[in-house]
Design a protein around this ligand. Structure first.
Ligand code: UD1
Length: 428
């Protein structure tokens, strides 16, 4: 397996361009199932998760071609299969998002349930309850959700928790249901707004995306469209944290500052200078970092997908920081790896207490998920000696060309391919 090798100690400087949003792309790719006409998507990030989604959509009968590096044309003229198999859903939970659109288009869908995950149980009960409320007959057997509905009917749906995935799945089912649907306590994430924008371009009638109540007036059919995916706010936040932790000066380009308000506010609390301008967001840090208290929350609160990166940063702040993770119950696996690098972190339930500043020392580390991997990369950027991050495939799921982007800012980071490593070992 490939590794990322980092030699820390360089303050990052320069400009970095953010790719398109992974999470928005994954949802919008599934939306292509709602029409037999082509969907052209621009600013699509080149990621392993996008490849997985395309493999799944191909199995269902869709065809795609890359028009250029980041522009994709996708068409589900006919659906040959109605089954999202376990092997694909288990590698990427977002595969479960085909349930709503496939059912709305074809009247049936058989989708494997995702099972547990490294960061928590992550059930899909809200997806299923919502789609049932739209009139689908759903049976759960042999690890699959079997759903049938000749035509879905609009309904009023209350989500117990503003789940991003459940909001997306229900929204994609409701756009072709008969009558109107209200999704209450809906997730408000920018990725939901982007999905709604893509669906609207396809002819859906949606109001209120980005608020707690989304209203949908079902339409008979959707048509082809062209849509540009929003920038990835998690990648942007990760690069901002990289600038802050190394005491650098980096401009992150191609971002929507409004999507990052909570992150900008927290970084500013640490004493990092954050300036939003027409060229992007400039992040500069000269003095010492201050400790902060932080709570992950649904948007517009601080995103759980940047919690690991913030934890790495706070190991360098003078004093005690407190991080409260409220979205996922097991999302502190990176804390143990950071501790192995010399961080002083105590975990008590869903709270992490980080005391700093600590001198981090490079070590072989490995991560259990995508964002935890990024937290460890950030730690490696300030650690002495060499940090070797294993299981790079986690990073490939969600960060496009991460090593090249960081290296362009001056970081000493190198991806060592599995084959090269074996050859090195033979020589030495
Ligand atoms: C999405 C994002 C992920 C992000 C997360 C929270 C994608 C592909 N992934 O994941 O990067 O970390 O939002 O911002 O967009 N829950 C239930 N029942 C359900 C669904 C969710 O109890 O049916 C709970 C989950 O266990 C979790 C919380 O709701 O505690 C939020 O999860 P959710 O918003 O659904 O996250 P995902 O859509 O899986």
């Amino acid at each position: 397996m490939d590794r990322m090798v980092i030699r820390g100690g360089v303050a990052l400087r320069g400009t970095v361009e953010v790719s398109g949003s992974k999470n928005a792309t994954l949802a919008i790719l599934c939306a292509a199932l709602l029409t037999d006409e082509p969907l052209i998507l621009r600013n699509v990030p080149r990621l392993r998760d996008v490849d997985t989604a395309l493999a799944l959509l191909s199995r269902l009968g869709a065809r795609y071609s890359w028009l250029s590096d980041h522009d994709l044309e996708l068409q589900a003229a006919q659906l040959h299969s109605h089954e999202a198999p376990y092997d694909l859903v288990k590698t990427m939970r977002a595969s479960f998002l085909v349930l709503g659109p496939m059912l709305a288009r074809a009247g049936r869908a058989r989708v494997s349930t995702p099972g547990g995950c490294a960061i928590g149980a992550r059930p899909v009960n809200l997806h299923i309850a919502g789609i049932r409320a739209l009139g689908a007959r759903i049976q759960m057997r042999h690890g699959y959700v079997d759903a049938h509905a000749a035509r879905l009917n609009g309904a009023r749906i209350w989500l117990d928790t503003p789940s991003v995935g459940a909001t997306e799945n229900i929204l994609m089912a409701a756009v072709r249901a008969r009558g109107s649907t209200q999704i209450e306590n809906a997730a408000r994430e920018p990725e939901i707004q982007d999905l709604a924008a893509a669906l609207s371009a396809m002819g859906a009638q949606i109001r209120g995306a980005g608020t707690h109540v989304i209203e949908v007036e079902g339409v008979e059919r959707l048509h082809g469209a062209e849509h540009r995916v929003i920038p990835d706010r998690v990648e942007a936040g990760s690069m901002m944290a990289a600038a802050a932790i190394t005491g650098g000066d980096v401009t992150v380009r191609g971002v929507v500052a409004e999507h990052l308000e909570a992150v900008i506010a927290k970084l500013a609390d640490t004493g990092t200078e954050v300036i939003s301008g027409p060229d992007g967001i400039r992040v500069k840090r000269q003095g010492e970092l201050r400790p902060v208290e932080l709570r992950t929350l649904p948007y517009p609160g601080f995103p759980t997908d940047l919690q690991a990166q913030m934890m790495a940063l706070l190991t360098q702040a003078r004093g005690t920081s407190v991080i409260n993770e409220t979205i996922f119950e097991n999302r502190f696996m990176h804390a143990l790896e950071l501790t192995r690098m010399g961080a002083d972190i105590i975990i008590k339930g869903s709270t992490a207490i980080v005391r700093g500043p600590t001198n981090l020392s490079g070590a072989p580390v490995m991560a259990t998920d995508l964002r935890a991997s990024m937290g460890l990369i950030l730690a490696g950027l300030v650690a002495d000696a060499t940090t070797e991050l294993d299981r790079v495939y986690h990073l490939d799921r969600g960060y496009e060309a991460l090593d090249r982007k960081l290296a362009a800012l001056g970081a000493r980071i190198e991806r060592v391919r599995a084959g090269e490593r074996a050859a090195e070992a033979e020589l030495s």
